[in-house]
Write a protein that binds this ligand. Sequence first.
Ligand code: C5P
Length: 208
Amino acid sequence: SDNLVIALDGPAASGKGTLAKKIAGHFGLPHLDTGLLYRAVGRGVLDQGKDPGDTAAAAAVAAALDVSALDEDRLRGAEMGEAASRVAAIPAVRAALFELQRAFAARPGGAVLDGRDIGTVICPDATVKIFVTATPEVRAERRFKELKGRGESIAFDDVLADIRRRDERDSSRSAAPLVAAADAHLLDTTTLDIDAAFQTALGIIGRR
Ligand code: C5P
């Protein structure tokens, strides 16, 4: 089909979200930040006073998730990233969020999705897959600045430790682990600013 489906995956603070937004704007496509779905589930479980490792509670929240009501600002905090990564390891949570991601990707004209398993599980037939990486130190630096900018008082070492812990959990879980699809293009943003990364991504998409 002439649907342009662009899948961006990668670890926390690799730049995939910012890239996905710019790419979606460039091609006039809708964008889904799938991390927000897991963050919303984590938030919902915490709001019930339960632990993000509570399988039944997390699965129930995921099944009832209202995607039209995601409050991005409330979900961006450091605490939410940790809770998201914990509920994301629960297969029933991933199953509950599967169809809505598929439906988004199937929109007429196409879509841009970013996450951890878009190229491997959600959109194995995506037009283009890009796996975005950067060193943990550089990613921690970016996340640190972002959180500071949001007014969070947080130490750099804690941000780096959180990134390493989430990398480890996301990569080692058995349900849809963070891994580059065999046919993904690698985009290392360690030494690239956002514009350079965007130009590189456009080059990859243009050569498809
Ligand atoms: O990308 P973001 O940091 O917002 O994602 C939060 C957490 O949600 C990740 O650490 C990961 O565990 C989980 N996630 C996932 N699959 C996705 C997107 C996010 O498991 N497609």
